[in-house]
Design a protein around this ligand. Structure first.
Ligand code: NAP
Length: 472
């Protein structure tokens, strides 16, 4: 595919190969953007931002609604593209496409609800003869840098609110999975977005991405990806707003009063969907001693039933991880835990990029799987005595995206809500649950700012305060 620079499809001699993670075959190539492409995208975005801020809310909403409709019309094409570039199963890829159309529809609705408030100036002595209000105005040029694992929907989480708020956007998708983002660019133009307002630049993050991050014309960098790259961006962005959706190591607490069947379902879907390559994947499970054996038995039965294999088949439940290097790393982390004393209950091996769904039991706290982000199909299950102990363990990480508790005791639930240091706490639902309109983002090293239409729009707008003198 070519890349999209200010409404034009541009090719370059230097290419990046996009590989099918299941067998390493070449799916397509994309060009590596050159200095002049980055410059053109930026110049055009400045112009695009002016055009966008002059569109009415109704016009922006209509473009977003048309985008949703066009995505639905092209569901099969988007689905196939995601299967091939990410290695997601057909079922997972189709769900991402359906979700992306819904996302644009939500953005279309939210575009009509961007407003300010009046300010009670007379509450301050000496300001009795003043009145005023604040409004939200577009930030201007937004740079969106996105990861490989959810290439379409996570892009939509940035582009949709940016357009709803009246901004221009330059997207730098992950080099492993740029194809569905380019298709989305084509769709947005077809839906009537002014071409100056969107570029999708392909090329390495450290080169193309970093040039965009450093440029002073950019007002907001909205990044989703790993903590290390997030820190690099923060160091280089200078005086602009940075929004960060970063990694995690999500815990699930299961008390003796929990519905174990429900908890098992959530752990399996949260731990192994997209081969565990989700920022809110279930990675650590803490089960109260009294129900530990029963839970493990139910979990192992469900995990062993997962059909692992070719993601193109409708019958496959879990496909490969993104590349062999990551498959190797994931298995090494399992081995490290086993050497430290964990018990391997199932899985633990790999065949090229297919990693077996793995369950480790009683894993020591100092191991990587308990501390860092695995981004692979493995879950560590440990036992606990008291809820306080489980909460302390759950909090013992530098991450804080989402955490869950399964319990039928209301007081336990509220204790967990109060004490868990995470951006989202879910009761009787797995950590992987996310409704796209809810405020979503992390505490601690998991991020800065919130996504979810209304909240992303707040981040992507500036407040302008207006004050009137009303009397003497
Ligand atoms: P990544 O390696 O951090 O890459 C993310 C994006 O940043 C890619 O587009 C990458 O480009 C670009 N990039 C790399 N170095 C850069 C630099 N120096 N300056 C600017 N941009 C740079 O992450 P990933 O492996 O694709 O994705 C997995 C990570 O994303 C995990 O940590 C996961 O938890 C996180 N994630 C978080 C959320 C959330 O909502 N919190 C959601 C999904 C994923 P290249 O591809 O060209 O290197």
């Amino acid at each position: 595919m070519k890349m999209l620079v200010a409404g034009k499809w541009i090719d370059r001699d230097r290419k990046i190969e996009v590989l099918f993670p299941y067998d390493g075959s070449v799916v397509d190539t994309v060009p590596v953007a050159e200095e002049e492409d980055v410059e053109r995208a930026l110049e055009s975005a400045v112009e695009g931002a002016q055009l966008m801020r002059n569109l009415s809310a109704y016009e922006r909403s209509t473009i977003l609604k048309r985008t949703a409709d066009l995505i639905r019309q092209n569901e099969a094409k988007f689905t196939d593209t995601i299967v091939m570039e990410v290695g997601k199963t057909v079922k997972e890829a189709r769900a991402e496409v359906v979700r992306t159309a819904e996302l644009f529809e939500l953005c279309s609705e939210e575009a009509k609800r961007i407003h300010g408030e009046t300010i009670p100036f007379d509450s301050l002595k000496g300001s009795e003869h003043k009145t005023g209000y604040f409004v939200r105005e577009p930030a201007g040029v937004v740079v969106a840098i996105t990861p490989f694992n959810v290439p379409l929907a996570l892009c939509a989480h940035k582009i949709g609110p940016a357009i709803a708020a009246g901004n221009a956007v330059i997207v730098k998708p992950a080099s492993k999975t740029p194809l569905s983002t380019l298709l989305l660019g084509e769709t947005l133009l077809e839906a009537g977005l002014p071409p100056q307002a969107l570029s999708v630049l392909t090329g390495p993050g450290g080169g193309v991405g970093m040039k965009l991050v450093r440029d002073r014309r950019v007002r907001v960098v909205s990044f989703t990806g790993s903590v290390g790259v997030g820190e690099e961006i923060a160091k280089n962005a200078g005086l602009k707003k940075i929004l960060m959706e970063l990694g995690s190591n999500s815990p699930v607490i299961i008390t003796k009063s929990a519905d174990l069947q429900k908890a098992v379902k959530a752990v399996v879907s949260g731990g192994y969907s997209i081969a565990g390559q989700v920022c809110i994947s279930v990675q650590r499970v803490y089960v109260q001693r009294e129900v530990f054996s029963e839970f493990v038995e139910l979990l192992l039965k469900a995990v062993k039933e997962l059909k692992v294999g070719d993601p193109k088949l409708e019958t496959t439940d879990m496909g490969p991880v993104i590349d062999e290097q990551n498959a190797q790393r994931i298995v090494e982390w399992f081995d490290e835990a086993i050497q430290a004393g964990a018990k391997l209950a199932t899985g633990g091996r790999r065949n090229y990029t297919l990693v077996e769904p793995t369950v480790l039991l009683e894993v020591p706290g100092k191991t990587k799987i308990m501390r860092e982000e695995l981004f692979g199909p493995g879950v560590a299950v440990n036992s606990f005595e008291t809820l306080q102990e489980a909460i302390d363990e759950a909090n013992s990480t530098r991450y804080g995206l989402q955490a869950s508790i399964f319990t039928s005791d209301l007081f336990e639930a509220f204790e967990a809500i109060r004490k868990l240091q995470f951006g989202g706490v879910l009761i009787n639902e797995g950590t992987r649950y996310r409704a796209d309109f809810m405020p979503y983002g992390g505490y601690k090293d998991s991020g800065i700012g919130r996504e979810g239409m209304r909240f992303a729009i707040e981040e992507l707008t500036e407040l302008k305060t207006v004050v009137f003198e009303t009397g003497r």
